[in-house]
Design a protein around this ligand. Structure first.
Ligand SMILES: [Zn+2]
Length: 382
Protein backbone atom coordinates (compact mmCIF):
# COMPACT_ATOMS: atom_id res chain seq x y z
CA UNK A 1 0.00 0.00 0.00
CA UNK A 2 1.42 3.38 -1.01
CA UNK A 3 1.85 6.04 1.68
CA UNK A 4 -0.62 8.40 -0.02
CA UNK A 5 -3.46 5.86 -0.14
CA UNK A 6 -6.20 5.62 2.45
CA UNK A 7 -5.90 2.34 4.39
CA UNK A 8 -8.64 -0.26 3.74
CA UNK A 9 -9.81 0.07 7.35
CA UNK A 10 -9.71 2.93 9.79
CA UNK A 11 -11.30 2.81 13.22
CA UNK A 12 -11.84 5.55 15.72
CA UNK A 13 -13.31 5.32 19.20
CA UNK A 14 -16.31 7.65 19.51
CA UNK A 15 -17.20 6.99 23.17
CA UNK A 16 -16.14 4.73 26.02
CA UNK A 17 -18.19 3.42 28.94
CA UNK A 18 -16.72 4.78 32.18
CA UNK A 19 -17.58 1.54 34.05
CA UNK A 20 -17.14 -1.45 31.72
CA UNK A 21 -14.94 -1.96 28.67
CA UNK A 22 -17.77 -1.20 26.23
CA UNK A 23 -16.97 1.29 23.51
CA UNK A 24 -18.65 2.86 20.51
CA UNK A 25 -16.64 3.39 17.37
CA UNK A 26 -16.71 4.32 13.72
CA UNK A 27 -15.06 1.98 11.24
CA UNK A 28 -14.46 3.19 7.71
CA UNK A 29 -14.17 0.46 5.09
CA UNK A 30 -13.98 0.54 1.28
CA UNK A 31 -17.71 -0.09 0.81
CA UNK A 32 -19.26 1.66 3.82
CA UNK A 33 -18.88 3.23 7.19
CA UNK A 34 -19.82 0.94 10.07
CA UNK A 35 -20.95 2.15 13.49
CA UNK A 36 -19.83 -0.21 16.24
CA UNK A 37 -20.84 -2.19 18.21
CA UNK A 38 -22.47 -3.76 15.18
CA UNK A 39 -24.51 -6.84 14.44
CA UNK A 40 -23.65 -8.62 11.17
CA UNK A 41 -26.34 -10.81 9.61
CA UNK A 42 -24.90 -13.97 8.06
CA UNK A 43 -25.24 -14.47 4.32
CA UNK A 44 -23.76 -17.94 4.14
CA UNK A 45 -24.02 -18.56 0.38
CA UNK A 46 -24.03 -14.93 -0.73
CA UNK A 47 -27.68 -14.54 0.24
CA UNK A 48 -29.45 -13.93 3.50
CA UNK A 49 -32.21 -16.47 3.93
CA UNK A 50 -35.53 -14.68 3.36
CA UNK A 51 -34.16 -11.13 2.86
CA UNK A 52 -32.92 -9.33 -0.26
CA UNK A 53 -30.19 -6.62 -0.18
CA UNK A 54 -32.62 -3.72 -0.70
CA UNK A 55 -34.53 -4.77 2.42
CA UNK A 56 -31.26 -4.91 4.39
CA UNK A 57 -30.41 -1.39 3.28
CA UNK A 58 -33.86 -0.25 4.38
CA UNK A 59 -33.07 -1.77 7.80
CA UNK A 60 -29.84 0.27 7.81
CA UNK A 61 -27.67 -2.83 7.87
CA UNK A 62 -24.07 -1.73 7.26
CA UNK A 63 -22.13 -5.00 7.02
CA UNK A 64 -22.83 -8.65 6.19
CA UNK A 65 -20.88 -11.80 6.89
CA UNK A 66 -20.11 -14.33 4.15
CA UNK A 67 -18.78 -17.86 4.65
CA UNK A 68 -15.54 -18.49 2.77
CA UNK A 69 -15.79 -22.25 3.03
CA UNK A 70 -19.23 -22.34 1.38
CA UNK A 71 -18.49 -19.64 -1.21
CA UNK A 72 -15.21 -21.35 -2.14
CA UNK A 73 -17.09 -24.56 -2.93
CA UNK A 74 -20.05 -22.81 -4.58
CA UNK A 75 -19.96 -20.67 -6.70
CA UNK A 76 -16.14 -20.99 -6.45
CA UNK A 77 -13.22 -18.68 -7.23
CA UNK A 78 -13.64 -18.65 -11.00
CA UNK A 79 -17.24 -17.40 -10.87
CA UNK A 80 -16.48 -14.86 -8.13
CA UNK A 81 -13.57 -13.42 -10.13
CA UNK A 82 -15.60 -13.25 -13.34
CA UNK A 83 -18.44 -11.51 -11.44
CA UNK A 84 -16.00 -8.92 -10.07
CA UNK A 85 -16.37 -10.10 -6.47
CA UNK A 86 -19.22 -10.93 -4.12
CA UNK A 87 -20.52 -7.35 -3.72
CA UNK A 88 -21.41 -7.18 -7.42
CA UNK A 89 -22.39 -10.85 -7.67
CA UNK A 90 -25.05 -10.57 -4.94
CA UNK A 91 -25.99 -6.93 -5.49
CA UNK A 92 -24.84 -5.72 -2.06
CA UNK A 93 -23.13 -2.30 -2.16
CA UNK A 94 -22.10 -2.12 1.50
CA UNK A 95 -19.38 -3.85 3.54
CA UNK A 96 -18.77 -7.60 3.74
CA UNK A 97 -16.72 -9.54 6.25
CA UNK A 98 -15.69 -13.11 5.47
CA UNK A 99 -14.63 -15.80 7.89
CA UNK A 100 -11.70 -18.00 6.95
CA UNK A 101 -13.59 -21.25 6.54
CA UNK A 102 -11.91 -22.50 9.71
CA UNK A 103 -15.04 -22.49 11.83
CA UNK A 104 -16.65 -25.02 9.50
CA UNK A 105 -13.81 -27.34 10.49
CA UNK A 106 -15.32 -27.72 13.93
CA UNK A 107 -18.73 -28.58 12.58
CA UNK A 108 -17.28 -30.90 9.94
CA UNK A 109 -14.39 -32.21 12.02
CA UNK A 110 -15.34 -35.80 11.41
CA UNK A 111 -14.81 -35.01 7.72
CA UNK A 112 -11.54 -33.09 8.22
CA UNK A 113 -7.90 -33.77 9.04
CA UNK A 114 -5.64 -30.93 10.17
CA UNK A 115 -1.86 -30.83 9.73
CA UNK A 116 0.78 -28.11 9.33
CA UNK A 117 -0.05 -27.73 5.64
CA UNK A 118 -3.75 -27.05 6.17
CA UNK A 119 -7.10 -28.76 6.53
CA UNK A 120 -8.18 -31.71 4.43
CA UNK A 121 -11.94 -31.82 3.85
CA UNK A 122 -14.26 -34.18 2.15
CA UNK A 123 -16.78 -32.05 0.25
CA UNK A 124 -20.31 -32.54 1.56
CA UNK A 125 -21.59 -31.89 -2.00
CA UNK A 126 -19.75 -34.50 -4.07
CA UNK A 127 -17.59 -36.31 -1.50
CA UNK A 128 -14.40 -35.16 -3.27
CA UNK A 129 -11.26 -34.43 -1.25
CA UNK A 130 -10.30 -30.74 -0.89
CA UNK A 131 -7.48 -29.03 0.95
CA UNK A 132 -7.99 -25.64 2.65
CA UNK A 133 -4.61 -24.05 3.37
CA UNK A 134 -4.03 -20.55 4.79
CA UNK A 135 -3.01 -19.49 1.26
CA UNK A 136 -6.11 -20.99 -0.34
CA UNK A 137 -8.41 -19.38 2.23
CA UNK A 138 -6.90 -15.97 1.40
CA UNK A 139 -7.12 -16.70 -2.33
CA UNK A 140 -10.88 -17.33 -1.99
CA UNK A 141 -11.35 -14.25 0.22
CA UNK A 142 -9.40 -12.13 -2.28
CA UNK A 143 -11.76 -13.38 -5.02
CA UNK A 144 -14.77 -12.58 -2.81
CA UNK A 145 -13.33 -9.11 -2.23
CA UNK A 146 -14.55 -8.82 1.37
CA UNK A 147 -13.75 -5.54 3.13
CA UNK A 148 -12.52 -7.58 6.11
CA UNK A 149 -11.01 -11.06 5.84
CA UNK A 150 -10.14 -13.54 8.57
CA UNK A 151 -7.00 -15.64 8.71
CA UNK A 152 -7.37 -19.43 8.63
CA UNK A 153 -6.82 -20.71 12.15
CA UNK A 154 -6.33 -24.16 13.60
CA UNK A 155 -9.63 -24.69 15.39
CA UNK A 156 -10.08 -26.89 18.43
CA UNK A 157 -13.38 -27.58 20.10
CA UNK A 158 -13.99 -25.49 23.23
CA UNK A 159 -14.06 -28.74 25.23
CA UNK A 160 -10.51 -29.73 24.10
CA UNK A 161 -7.75 -29.59 26.74
CA UNK A 162 -4.08 -30.54 26.97
CA UNK A 163 -1.19 -30.17 24.46
CA UNK A 164 -3.54 -30.01 21.44
CA UNK A 165 -4.69 -26.54 22.56
CA UNK A 166 -1.13 -25.21 22.65
CA UNK A 167 -0.34 -26.82 19.31
CA UNK A 168 -3.38 -25.08 17.76
CA UNK A 169 -2.40 -21.68 19.20
CA UNK A 170 1.17 -21.92 17.91
CA UNK A 171 0.06 -23.16 14.50
CA UNK A 172 -2.47 -20.33 14.28
CA UNK A 173 0.37 -17.81 14.71
CA UNK A 174 2.42 -19.52 12.00
CA UNK A 175 -0.63 -19.51 9.74
CA UNK A 176 -1.24 -15.75 10.16
CA UNK A 177 2.21 -15.14 8.67
CA UNK A 178 1.35 -17.38 5.72
CA UNK A 179 -1.95 -15.50 5.25
CA UNK A 180 -0.20 -12.11 5.27
CA UNK A 181 2.27 -13.44 2.71
CA UNK A 182 -0.54 -14.76 0.47
CA UNK A 183 -2.70 -11.59 0.68
CA UNK A 184 -2.72 -10.08 -2.81
CA UNK A 185 -5.06 -7.10 -2.26
CA UNK A 186 -3.85 -5.37 0.89
CA UNK A 187 -4.64 -1.99 -0.63
CA UNK A 188 -8.40 -2.61 -0.40
CA UNK A 189 -8.99 -5.57 1.94
CA UNK A 190 -8.13 -5.83 5.64
CA UNK A 191 -6.93 -9.04 7.25
CA UNK A 192 -7.80 -9.92 10.85
CA UNK A 193 -5.89 -12.59 12.74
CA UNK A 194 -7.91 -14.93 14.95
CA UNK A 195 -7.39 -14.95 18.70
CA UNK A 196 -8.35 -18.15 20.42
CA UNK A 197 -8.98 -18.26 24.14
CA UNK A 198 -6.27 -16.36 25.98
CA UNK A 199 -3.93 -16.21 23.02
CA UNK A 200 -2.45 -12.81 22.25
CA UNK A 201 -1.08 -12.26 18.77
CA UNK A 202 2.29 -10.51 18.80
CA UNK A 203 1.75 -6.86 17.92
CA UNK A 204 4.45 -6.90 15.27
CA UNK A 205 1.94 -8.39 12.80
CA UNK A 206 0.71 -5.62 10.55
CA UNK A 207 -3.01 -6.31 10.75
CA UNK A 208 -6.00 -4.06 11.34
CA UNK A 209 -8.07 -5.90 13.93
CA UNK A 210 -8.59 -9.20 15.61
CA UNK A 211 -11.18 -11.93 15.43
CA UNK A 212 -12.33 -13.73 18.54
CA UNK A 213 -13.81 -17.18 18.81
CA UNK A 214 -16.45 -18.01 21.37
CA UNK A 215 -18.36 -14.70 21.57
CA UNK A 216 -21.54 -14.22 23.57
CA UNK A 217 -24.35 -11.76 24.23
CA UNK A 218 -22.42 -9.84 26.88
CA UNK A 219 -19.44 -9.19 24.58
CA UNK A 220 -20.17 -5.48 24.16
CA UNK A 221 -19.49 -5.00 27.86
CA UNK A 222 -16.11 -6.67 27.33
CA UNK A 223 -15.16 -4.20 24.59
CA UNK A 224 -15.88 -6.28 21.49
CA UNK A 225 -17.14 -4.41 18.44
CA UNK A 226 -18.55 -6.86 15.90
CA UNK A 227 -20.89 -9.84 16.14
CA UNK A 228 -22.35 -12.28 13.70
CA UNK A 229 -25.15 -14.76 14.12
CA UNK A 230 -27.51 -16.88 12.02
CA UNK A 231 -29.99 -16.90 14.92
CA UNK A 232 -32.44 -14.18 13.68
CA UNK A 233 -33.04 -15.91 10.33
CA UNK A 234 -32.83 -19.47 11.67
CA UNK A 235 -35.34 -18.90 14.45
CA UNK A 236 -37.63 -17.12 11.92
CA UNK A 237 -37.86 -20.37 9.98
CA UNK A 238 -39.32 -21.97 13.11
CA UNK A 239 -42.02 -19.28 13.29
CA UNK A 240 -40.33 -17.35 16.11
CA UNK A 241 -40.06 -13.56 16.46
CA UNK A 242 -37.44 -11.89 18.69
CA UNK A 243 -38.64 -9.50 21.38
CA UNK A 244 -36.95 -8.18 24.52
CA UNK A 245 -38.57 -10.83 26.68
CA UNK A 246 -37.21 -13.61 24.45
CA UNK A 247 -39.17 -15.06 21.53
CA UNK A 248 -42.78 -15.25 20.43
CA UNK A 249 -43.59 -18.59 18.84
CA UNK A 250 -46.25 -17.43 16.41
CA UNK A 251 -47.34 -20.98 15.64
CA UNK A 252 -49.01 -21.10 19.04
CA UNK A 253 -52.85 -21.01 18.96
CA UNK A 254 -52.94 -18.10 21.41
CA UNK A 255 -51.95 -15.74 18.56
CA UNK A 256 -54.92 -16.75 16.37
CA UNK A 257 -57.01 -13.70 17.37
CA UNK A 258 -54.13 -11.40 18.40
CA UNK A 259 -54.47 -8.28 16.23
CA UNK A 260 -51.36 -6.55 17.65
CA UNK A 261 -48.10 -6.37 15.67
CA UNK A 262 -45.15 -8.49 16.92
CA UNK A 263 -43.83 -5.36 18.64
CA UNK A 264 -45.80 -2.10 18.51
CA UNK A 265 -42.58 -0.10 18.99
CA UNK A 266 -40.79 -1.78 16.08
CA UNK A 267 -40.60 0.24 12.86
CA UNK A 268 -39.88 -2.70 10.52
CA UNK A 269 -42.11 -3.29 7.51
CA UNK A 270 -43.49 -6.52 9.03
CA UNK A 271 -44.62 -4.79 12.24
CA UNK A 272 -46.04 -1.85 10.29
CA UNK A 273 -48.24 -4.05 8.10
CA UNK A 274 -49.00 -7.37 9.77
CA UNK A 275 -50.66 -8.63 12.92
CA UNK A 276 -49.62 -11.60 15.06
CA UNK A 277 -52.88 -13.19 13.94
CA UNK A 278 -51.88 -12.96 10.26
CA UNK A 279 -48.37 -14.25 10.96
CA UNK A 280 -49.90 -17.13 12.93
CA UNK A 281 -52.21 -17.78 9.96
CA UNK A 282 -49.34 -18.04 7.44
CA UNK A 283 -46.90 -19.71 9.85
CA UNK A 284 -47.20 -23.01 8.03
CA UNK A 285 -46.29 -21.33 4.72
CA UNK A 286 -42.61 -21.39 5.47
CA UNK A 287 -41.10 -19.23 2.73
CA UNK A 288 -43.45 -16.26 3.21
CA UNK A 289 -43.61 -16.31 7.00
CA UNK A 290 -39.90 -16.88 7.47
CA UNK A 291 -39.19 -13.95 5.18
CA UNK A 292 -41.51 -11.61 7.12
CA UNK A 293 -40.17 -12.83 10.47
CA UNK A 294 -36.54 -12.62 9.30
CA UNK A 295 -37.07 -8.94 8.45
CA UNK A 296 -38.38 -8.28 11.96
CA UNK A 297 -35.68 -10.38 13.64
CA UNK A 298 -32.79 -8.75 11.79
CA UNK A 299 -34.37 -5.32 12.46
CA UNK A 300 -34.57 -6.29 16.14
CA UNK A 301 -30.88 -7.25 16.37
CA UNK A 302 -29.72 -4.16 14.49
CA UNK A 303 -31.87 -1.92 16.73
CA UNK A 304 -30.58 -3.62 19.88
CA UNK A 305 -27.01 -2.83 18.82
CA UNK A 306 -27.93 0.77 17.95
CA UNK A 307 -29.53 1.17 21.40
CA UNK A 308 -26.38 -0.20 23.05
CA UNK A 309 -24.28 2.21 21.06
CA UNK A 310 -26.47 5.16 22.10
CA UNK A 311 -26.29 4.02 25.74
CA UNK A 312 -22.48 3.91 25.53
CA UNK A 313 -22.41 7.40 24.01
CA UNK A 314 -24.61 8.73 26.83
CA UNK A 315 -22.45 6.80 29.33
CA UNK A 316 -25.51 4.89 30.52
CA UNK A 317 -24.44 1.44 29.37
CA UNK A 318 -24.56 -0.36 32.78
CA UNK A 319 -28.13 0.89 33.27
CA UNK A 320 -29.03 -0.26 29.75
CA UNK A 321 -27.68 -3.76 30.49
CA UNK A 322 -29.53 -3.99 33.82
CA UNK A 323 -32.82 -2.81 32.24
CA UNK A 324 -32.44 -5.25 29.35
CA UNK A 325 -31.72 -8.20 31.65
CA UNK A 326 -34.73 -7.29 33.77
CA UNK A 327 -36.99 -7.29 30.68
CA UNK A 328 -35.43 -10.44 29.28
CA UNK A 329 -35.46 -12.60 32.39
CA UNK A 330 -38.42 -10.98 34.18
CA UNK A 331 -39.01 -12.97 37.38
CA UNK A 332 -36.48 -15.66 36.49
CA UNK A 333 -32.91 -15.69 37.77
CA UNK A 334 -30.24 -14.23 35.47
CA UNK A 335 -27.89 -17.13 34.63
CA UNK A 336 -24.74 -17.16 36.77
CA UNK A 337 -22.38 -17.01 33.77
CA UNK A 338 -23.95 -13.74 32.60
CA UNK A 339 -23.70 -12.24 36.10
CA UNK A 340 -20.07 -13.32 36.38
CA UNK A 341 -19.07 -12.02 32.94
CA UNK A 342 -20.69 -8.65 33.67
CA UNK A 343 -19.25 -8.50 37.17
CA UNK A 344 -15.77 -8.99 35.69
CA UNK A 345 -16.22 -5.66 33.89
CA UNK A 346 -17.73 -3.90 36.95
CA UNK A 347 -21.39 -4.20 35.94
CA UNK A 348 -23.30 -5.56 38.95
CA UNK A 349 -26.87 -6.58 38.25
CA UNK A 350 -29.47 -6.06 40.99
CA UNK A 351 -30.25 -9.19 43.06
CA UNK A 352 -32.72 -11.63 41.51
CA UNK A 353 -36.21 -11.61 42.99
CA UNK A 354 -36.91 -14.44 45.48
CA UNK A 355 -34.94 -17.36 44.07
CA UNK A 356 -31.16 -17.61 44.24
CA UNK A 357 -29.00 -18.35 41.17
CA UNK A 358 -28.90 -21.91 40.01
CA UNK A 359 -26.22 -22.46 37.39
CA UNK A 360 -27.72 -25.63 35.98
CA UNK A 361 -31.20 -24.29 35.68
CA UNK A 362 -32.35 -23.13 32.28
CA UNK A 363 -34.62 -20.07 32.20
CA UNK A 364 -38.30 -20.97 32.07
CA UNK A 365 -38.73 -19.29 28.66
CA UNK A 366 -36.02 -21.57 27.25
CA UNK A 367 -37.66 -24.68 28.68
CA UNK A 368 -41.05 -23.61 27.34
CA UNK A 369 -39.53 -22.92 23.94
CA UNK A 370 -37.97 -26.36 23.80
CA UNK A 371 -41.26 -27.97 24.70
CA UNK A 372 -43.06 -25.91 22.06
CA UNK A 373 -40.47 -26.73 19.41
CA UNK A 374 -40.68 -30.42 20.25
CA UNK A 375 -44.46 -30.21 19.99
CA UNK A 376 -44.19 -28.40 16.64
CA UNK A 377 -41.84 -31.02 15.28
CA UNK A 378 -44.26 -33.73 16.31
CA UNK A 379 -47.08 -31.91 14.55
CA UNK A 380 -44.91 -31.46 11.47
CA UNK A 381 -43.92 -35.12 11.31
CA UNK A 382 -47.35 -36.53 11.99
ZN1 LIG B 1 -40.72 -5.56 13.62
Amino acid sequence: MGPSQIPPLTYKVVAECSVSKARAGLMTLRHSEVNTPVFMPVGTQGTLKGIVPDQLIELNCQILLGNTYHLGLRPGIETLRKAGGLHKFMGWPRAILTDSGGFQMVSLLQLAEIDEHGVNFRSPFDNSQCMLTPEHSIQIQNAIGADIMMQLDDVVKTTTTGPRVEEAMERTIRWVDRCIEAHARDDDQSLFPIVQGGLDVPTSRATDGRGFCGGSGVCVALGIDMFDCVFPTRTARFGCALVDSGQLNLKQPKYKLDMEPIDKDCDCSTCKRYTRSYLHHIATNESVSSSLLSIHNVAYQLRLMRSMREAIQQDEFPKFVADFMARHFKAEPVPAWIREALSAVNIQLPADPERSDDQDQKPETEKRRETEDAADEQVASS
